[in-house]
Design a protein around this ligand. Structure first.
Ligand code: AMP
Length: 279
């Protein structure tokens, strides 16, 4: 695996590879890698000649500075995992490399997508996501971009970003299913911060999603949401939202067709999100 820390040499290297007819898959991450990330790497490996992973803890997407400070960093272990899983190129930039001094941060017309659900609870988060992904895509220019369904709203935001920047035709977006622990907890770098007891309790998020899926056709949405919120609260969670939304627009919906259950809840100050398609 080749590690690049600067944008110029990475773009030049990738351009040479593409000129030779190689196809490229890109997996952007914030590191502290787990099987959720590694499935994306493996999928890209199967479908492309070269897989590029980036590790960059993007300050501009953290609305909470404490969350940024506590974000796990395990770079040495990440490098080993990437090598073992056949990643070809790692992009490991500094903050100055992504946002050079004097760089003016763009604003993206995300519409309501940045004001609802995660956007409401994390103001500015999706602008930060777009700033970094736009910059990374300009450097890597992959054929295929791999994202995880765990961050469903983020996938929709990046789909919008590709439209806004005119890259929709050049870059194919592939969204891979959420990888879970045996007990159903969605894998997340933030899980590393949970105590063993909190981690065991956190499986309730998945159980709640399953319960919503089971009850949605026989109970009212209001009852389903109230029962779900109680289940999470009883397990020690502070609930930001439990919503049943349209999977295309993320607007709350009244019918079960094409719906998605989304949950955001914190335990011990550690905020977790998950979702499940209900159709
Ligand atoms: P992150 O490092 O958390 O920014 O995630 C990098 C990429 O990995 C994003 O596209 C995430 O949606 C994806 N990802 C994170 N956790 C999982 C998971 N449990 N299953 C599938 N994809 C995931």
């Amino acid at each position: 695996m080749i590690i690049f820390k600067q944008t110029g040499p990475l773009s030049q290297y990738l351009q040479r590879q593409k000129n030779e007819g190689k196809t490229t898959g890109f997996v952007p991450t914030m590191g502290a890698l787990h099987d959720g990330h590694l499935v994306l790497i493996k999928t890209s490996n199967k479908e492309n000649d070269l897989t590029i992973c980036s590790i960059f803890v993007n300050p501009s997407q953290f609305n909470n500075q404490d969350d940024l400070k506590k974000y796990p960093v395990t770079t040495e272990k990440d490098i080993e995992l990437l090598i073992t899983n056949g990643c070809h190129i790692l992009f490991l930039p500094s903050v100055d490399e992504i946002y050079p001094p004097g760089h003016i941060k763009k604003q993206y017309a995300l519409g309501d997508l940045e004001n609802i659900l995660e956007g409401k609870y994390r103001p500015g988060h999706f602008q930060g996501v777009c700033q970094v992904v736009d910059r990374l895509l300009q450097v890597v220019k992959p054929h295929i971009l791999y994202l995880g369904q765990k961050d469903f709203q983020q996938c929709m935001v990046i789909k919008r970003l590709l439209q806004l920047t005119g890259k929709k035709k050049e870059i194919e977006l592939k969204i891979e299913p959420t990888v879970r622990e045996k007990d159903g907890l969605a894998m997340s770098s933030r899980n590393m911060r949970l105590t063993p007891l909190q981690k065991t309790n956190a499986a309730v998020i998945y159980q709640t999603l399953l319960q919503i899926k089971k009850n949605i056709s026989t109970s009212s949405i209001k009852d389903v949401k109230n029962t779900a919120t109680k289940k999470l609260t009883d397990a020690g969670f502070v609930v930001d939202y439990v919503e049943i939304v349209n999977a295309d627009t993320l607007e709350p919906m009244e019918v079960e067709n094409n719906s998605l259950a989304v949950i955001a809840a914190s335990i011990g100050g550690i905020r977790l999100i998950d979702n499940m398609k209900l159709y």
